[in-house]
Design a protein. Sequence first.
Length: 563
Amino acid sequence: MRRRLSCRSTLVCLALCITAPACSDSSQPASDAARADAARDGGGPGSDGPRSESAPPPSDGMPGREGGGGGDSSTPPGAKSFSWSPVDSAGWSQYAPHATTRTIYVSSSSGNDNNDGSSESKAVKTIARALALLKTSSQDGTVRKPDWVLFKAGDTWTEDFRFRANTVKGGISIQHPLVLSSYGQGPRPRFIWPDANSPLFSYGWHGSGYPTAAADVAAYWAVIGLEFYNPHKDPAASEFEPTRRYAGGNPPTVMFQREAHHILFEDCAFRFVQLVFQAGGGAKAADHVAVRRSLFLDNYGYHNHYPGSTEFDHAQGIYASAVDNLLLEENFLDHNGWLSGDVNGTYPTTVPTIYNHNVYLQKDTTNVLCHANVSVRASSDGIKARGGGVLVNNLILNSGIALNINGQNQANTVQETHFNVILDSLNFPLHGEPGTSPNQERDWGINYGTIDAALFKSAGNIIAHSAGGQRAISNNCRSDAPCLAGHIVYDWKGETNSSGSFPEPQRTLVSYMQSIGAASATFDEFVAQARKQSKANWRPEYTASAVNEYIRAGFGVVYNYQP
């Protein structure tokens, strides 16, 4: 039986400012079999299907926009893209070759490094050969060239991408970037971390001489439809090493750590691998980074929780530091930061900790927008935005802290949360430093840092249905007037329900699955289907916008966010 709707004075539980115009400005790791199900069309960036050698190139892409670009009239309002990349009506970035574009085809199964890569039948074999051709085309990284490197769909490489200062300079514009994508039909091209003293994909890691002047830094990259994989963390792989600690000089990551701008990752899959943007040598890492419609699954770190130990590593789905203008949009992130929740289980050194998250944005990230992401079963935080930002229309399921914004309590920090939906919590004890008390279970909804009334806005957030939930909203918010509007709390253990008469507040993820006619109306089925998302297999019903619209309707909340 549901509790009677009421509100106590100490709880931030008002459902105000939900439809008023003023609000607009106020755990199962993926296996190879599962991967095979996630097939995509592989038709190259922005195309509607496979491109053969005789097929004409696609038409020119649309101009880029700063916000509100993608989506047709049937798209839920919360799904419309805020990407600066030129997106089509279905929300995918759309590119066409420039007159100066050189296209390089790469196939591990049928290529030969004696070829020139100029066609599918003349594909080269290795990543190293493809990068050498890029180096020649860019005149040792001194000339911007909007070249395309297309990898054969379904092929696999155990080799790293080593972009040095003299490999490439990047593309020439938002419409004509350097493109790394695929051709042909089948699953995303798969890149396996080779365990060879290098990140799996890196710019800024190898060598020196990277430019820092704004006119010379790496710019305009689009990485589309690729898969990055580390078998050493995969329980289904023969290489599985659950107690391994990764040396600092040999990280299984995809990484930018030098100055760059306008970098896009879209429709990529990161399995047991994290995406990192961070500063190297005192440089700003990047400006205008977009990560869209990608999968971040099952990355975790080593944590020796036994008394007397000092050994533990951090692991995230996405980590960013020293980045300005960061967009995370319509990604699916699941089970990052931990593998096993039981210290007495099979993998006791992979337990969830307070340091690991699905998304970890350091306090020096600025102008952050997290839009319409689905974040599930994070070790601690579903989205941790230490530097503040705008969090809109995200769906957070079963995480330690769903949204954690300005957790460092910095002054003069933008904190905006609008129309996010938070359902259930992780309900596991989290570990701190080795040897400390393991019972740091959070199960919180939204944690805000120090609140500046001029920089704080919230509207239409729903925090609901957690039998183990603790703090629905942080203490800073409970005691500060700007936070007293914009949140509905309902059926969250330890909290009193928000006041109001709601049409159907009992709606849950299970009832949503029933409403779409899913074969199995369960949390596990939703996650299993969402983990298969790709451009070729994009189901809007497994996105944050679709689920959130359904949950919001149960509370009479109407989405009307405007930036």
